[in-house]
Each structure stands twice: as structure tokens, then as C-alpha cells.
Write a protein that binds this ligand. Structure first.
Ligand code: ZN
Length: 293
């Protein structure tokens, strides 16, 4: 296990326990999330060493990396995902009409496929071999890490860099944000979607909130902390958008963790309440659009 002594966002060395959560999908181990005493940033601490972190992704239920359709929750997840892909493309297009896109943590390449069909030059980074293998069937330009992108793609910058629920997993945040700073076109946008721990569903489910997803989620964001972190690396926050489907999906999983049952109706009402009571910055998940400062 590795203990982080300094807050990634503000550099403070003072933090306090926030929540203890269980890893429901893989190891069933408990992990502590701490809160920075100065800026309120939440992070999983201590966390598994980088060398063993991969072990915590090995579960059939960890569906963001695969295309399994087993069970009701997975079926719903896939249905919603198909519908949200188009919305993501529309968001990208509202900033840049067409060009090069790097989907960082592209999984099986579903979003890149949609972009490719719309005429984009597509690039993907995905460390998981299995997911990358599935993505490779679609003839996308795929890389297993950012060092390889820097080695092989030297002649261009990306018009769009997107991270759909990826930044919360990143182990080398400083280097990753520097990479984005270097590789984003001067008029490009960096689009980051992450869960939001100040949402109603997060508060309602507490330690059972599925989007804490320890220890895979190392960082737990809200608007003020992601803004401070990313703007600190030379970007400027342009827009914040809600992801309204996430509250339902996250509530379904959270109900399952809490009661070991699929409480479809209960989860639906928690998800609905989360959306209805949210202010602009307190949806279950948010999309943050950054440009160069
Ligand atoms: Zn801090």
C-alpha cells in the first residue's frame, strides 16, 4: 500500500478521514477516503501500489472495460450508454466541428467509433490489453500509454482530448495533465467527465455510493477541486454540464451494494430526486470543458 502525504490539489499535508468504503466489485477489501483539511479534496489514502492496482480491475462485473450484457443492471447501462454517445459527440462538435480527437482511457473504443463515423481522425489511449484488443477491431489509432503517443505521434496536436470517467483512475496526475497541456491544440478543448461526490445520490448512499468505487477511483472530485487542480496546470474552465443518466445507474449499483438486491424502483426515485434537487454543480456526474488559459 502507498500513502499519499500531500494533497494533489493544494499541496497541504493535513487531511482527515472522510469515509471508509468497501470494494464491492473485486477484492471486498475496505479502503479509506480522506479529505484535505485545507481545500476539501477527497482521495483514497492509502491506496494499492501501482504494481498491484491492475489486480483490482479484474472482475467480470467491471463493465466499463468490457461489453458483457449479463444482468439487468448491465443491460440498462449499455442502453443508456448508446444514447449518451451521441450527446457526447454533439458536445464535442459544439466546440470543434471536426479534426483530431484523443480519447484518453478509451476502453473498448465505443465513443471513438461514433467520432470516426462522424469524420474525426481518432486516437485512443487504453492501458487494458483486453479492452484495447476489442477496440483495435475498429481500426482506430490505439496506444497503451501516453509515452507511446509522444513517440509515435510527433507531428500533430489534438483538437479534442476527452476523458469519460477516467481522470479519477489516473495514478500519475501531474504528468498526465502536463501531457494534455503539451498535446492539446492551442484552440482545442479538454473534456473531463467525473463523478461528483457532492451530489444528492452521493450523500444519500454515503459509504455505499457506487461512484466511490475504491480503490480504482483514487481521486473524488467536485467542481471546486477539479477546477483548482486543472486550472493550476494552465487551463481555464469554460463550461460545466450535467450527466443526468448517471444518477440512475449509480443509484442502481449503490442499492445493490447496500441491500444486496436490485431495487429498481427505489434506485429510480433516488436518481430522479438527485436530478430534480441538483443545482448546476451538484449532479451525480459532471462534464468539465477546459481550454488553454
Ligand atoms: Zn488540498
Amino acid at each position: 500500500m502507498k500513502t499519499i502525504s500531500q494533497c494533489l490539489v493544494c499541496g497541504s499535508t493535513q487531511y482527515s478521514p472522510f469515509l471508509t468504503c468497501k470494494d464491492y466489485t473485486v477484492s471486498k477489501e475496505n479502503f479509506t477516503i480522506v479529505s484535505c483539511n485545507d481545500c476539501g479534496f477527497k482521495f483514497t489514502n492509502p491506496r494499492p501500489d501501482d504494481s498491484v492496482l491492475g489486480e483490482y480491475y479484474k472482475a467480470e462485473e467491471y463493465i466499463s472495460h468490457t461489453n458483457t450484457r449479463k444482468g439487468l443492471v448491465n443491460k440498462l447501462y449499455h442502453l443508456v450508454r448508446t444514447r449518451t454517445l451521441k450527446k457526447k459527440l454533439n458536445l464535442v462538435r459544439s466546440y470543434v466541428s471536426r479534426g483530431t480527437i484523443l480519447d484518453y482511457g478509451c476502453g473498448t473504443g465505443m465513443f471513438l467509433n461514433v467520432c470516426k463515423k462522424a469524420g474525426w481522425e481518432t486516437y485512443g489511449m487504453e492501458p487494458d490489453d483486453e479492452a484495447r484488443k476489442i477496440a483495435s477491431e475498429a481500426n482506430l489509432n490505439l496506444f497503451s500509454d501516453k509515452a507511446r503517443i509522444n513517440t509515435y505521434i510527433t507531428d500533430k496536436k489534438f483538437n479534442v482530448i476527452s476523458l469519460w470517467h477516467v481522470l479519477e483512475h489516473v495514478t500519475d496526475m501531474e504528468e498526465t495533465l502536463s501531457f494534455f497541456k503539451n498535446r492539446l491544440d492551442k484552440n482545442g478543448v479538454l473534456i473531463i467527465a467525473v463523478p461528483n461526490h457532492v451530489s444528492f445520490d452521493a450523500t444519500h448512499y454515503g459509504e455505499y455510493w457506487a461512484a466511490y468505487d475504491v480503490p480504482r477511483h483514487l481521486h473524488h472530485f467536485e467542481k471546486k477541486t477539479i477546477k483548482k487542480l486543472v486550472e493550476g496546470k494552465g487551463f481555464r474552465l469554460r463550461e460545466t454540464l450535467p450527466m443526468k443518466f448517471d444518477s440512475y445507474y449509480v443509484s442502481l449499483l449503490s442499492e445493490k451494494y447496500k441491500s444486496q438486491k436490485t431495487n429498481l424502483l427505489k434506485a429510480f426515485f433516488v436518481g430522479l430526486r438527485s436530478n430534480l434537487t441538483a443545482n448546476h454543480d451538484s449532479y451525480s456526474s459532471s462534464i468539465y470543458v477546459f481550454s488553454h488559459a
